[in-house]
Design a protein around this ligand. Structure first.
Ligand SMILES: Nc1ncnc2c1ncn2[C@@H]1O[C@H](COP(=O)(O)OP(=O)(O)OP(=O)(O)O)[C@@H](O)[C@H]1O
Ligand SMILES: [Mg+2]
Length: 299
C-alpha cells in the first residue's frame, strides 16, 4: 500500500463527536451526588483519614471508573456509595435525596466470588427477587431473562464450583442487575481473572450496559480497563485519599480493541500513568553495600 492510499481517521470529526457525547451526558439528570465526602477510621486518639474532600456528580447512564494507588480509599468509597458503610463527613444524594443503608436502587459486584455455593446459578439470581417478595414463578422467569442477558442460560442448573471465574462474575452481574438497581457499583470485579477472560468480560459489560438502564461506578487498578470502559475517570491520590483529577475519556464509542493503540487512548493512558507512576525521585548516591559478584551487574 502506498502512502497516498493510507486512510487516516478524521480526528476533527472524532473530537466533535466526543464533545457532543459529553454534552448529551451533562444534560441528563444527576443520579448520584457525592459531596465533600470524608471517611476516617479509628477513634479521636488514633484517627486514620482514608479519604476526604471527595466530590463528584454522576449523570444517569454514565460509566465512571475510579483509579488510584492501593489504599487511597476506592473500596471504602464504593462501600459507602453502596450503603454498606457510613461516611464520617459530607453527604451522598441519590436522585437528590440522602439515604441510609443498602437498598435495591444500588447493586454491588465485588472482586471475590460472592455467589452462594449451595444454590444453583438460577437460584442465586432468584434469591434477591424472592427477598423482594416476588413469587417463585415470577422470580424464576426474571432470573432466566437475566441469565440470558449474560449468556449463561445453558448453565442455570450448575453450582458455582462448576463455573469458571468469568462465568461466576457474569452470574454475580446478573444477580445484581436482577434487583433493578439504578446504580451498579463494581469493585475490581475482573481483577482475579486472566487477561483474556478479563478482556472478554469488559466487552460483555459494555454490551450489558448498553441494554440495561443502569449507571455504573467501576473501581479498577487497570488503566487500560478504565480507558476502555469509562466515560469519565476519577483519579484518586493517596494519604489521605483525594480527587487528583476527573478526566473525560476522549476515546470514541463504540469501543473496540483496535483503539488500544489509537492516539486518544495512548494520550489518556499517559495522563493516567503520570498520576499513578509519578517520576521516581532516586537520590544521586544511595549508600549501598555491594552484594553482587563482579560481572553480574544489572541496570
Ligand atoms: N475497616 C477498616 N478499619 C480501619 N481502616 C480501614 C478499614 N477499611 C479500610 N481501611 C483503611 O482505609 C484506607 C483505604 O482502604 P481501601 O480498602 O478503601 O483502599 P483501596 O483504594 O480500595 O485499596 P486497594 O487498591 O488495595 O484495594 C486504607 O488505609 C485502609 O487501611
Ligand atoms: Mg480496594
Amino acid at each position: 500500500m502506498s502512502l497516498s492510499e493510507l486512510k487516516l481517521p478524521d480526528y476533527r470529526e472524532q473530537s466533535l463527536a466526543v464533545a457532543q457525547r459529553f454534552q448529551r451526558i451533562r444534560e441528563r439528570p444527576v443520579v448520584l451526588s457525592v459531596r465533600n465526602l470524608q471517611k476516617a477510621f479509628g477513634s479521636n486518639g488514633s484517627q486514620h483519614v482514608a479519604f476526604d474532600h471527595v466530590s463528584l456528580d454522576i449523570h444517569r447512564r454514565e460509566f465512571i471508573c475510579v483509579v488510584g494507588p492501593s489504599g487511597c480509599g476506592k473500596s471504602t468509597l464504593a462501600r459507602i456509595v453502596a450503603g454498606l458503610d457510613e461516611a464520617t463527613g459530607g453527604e451522598i444524594l441519590l436522585n437528590g435525596e440522602a439515604f441510609a443503608g443498602p437498598c435495591p436502587e444500588r447493586g454491588m459486584v465485588f472482586q471475590g466470588y460472592t455467589l452462594f455455593p449451595w444454590l444453583t446459578v438460577k437460584r442465586n439470581v432468584m434469591f434477591g427477587l424472592q427477598m423482594q417478595g416476588k413469587a417463585p414463578v415470577t422470580a424464576e422467569q426474571e432470573a432466566r431473562q437475566w441469565l440470558d442477558m449474560v449468556g449463561l442460560s445453558k448453565f442455570e442448573n450448575l453450582y458455582p464450583h462448576e463455573l469458571s471465574g468469568g462465568m461466576k462474575q457474569r452470574v454475580a452481574i446478573a444477580r445484581a442487575l436482577a434487583n433493578g438497581p439504578r446504580i451498579l457499583i463494581m469493585d475490581e470485579p475482573f481483577a482475579a481473572l486472566d487477561a483474556q477472560t478479563r478482556c472478554q468480560m469488559q466487552a460483555y459489560l459494555l454490551q450489558i450496559w448498553k441494554k440495561v438502564n443502569v449507571t455504573i461506578l467501576f473501581i479498577t487498578h487497570d488503566l487500560d480497563e478504565a480507558a476502555y470502559l469509562a466515560d469519565r475517570i476519577l483519579v484518586m491520590s493517596a494519604n489521605p485519599g483525594r480527587v487528583a483529577e476527573l478526566i473525560e475519556n476522549p476515546v470514541p464509542r463504540p469501543r473496540h480493541s483496535d483503539q488500544f493503540l489509537s492516539p486518544e487512548f495512548l494520550a489518556l493512558k499517559k495522563r493516567l500513568e503520570e498520576h499513578i507512576h509519578p517520576p521516581a525521585e532516586v537520590p544521586e548516591k544511595l549508600p549501598m553495600i555491594k552484594l553482587t559478584d563482579a560481572g553480574d551487574e544489572v541496570e
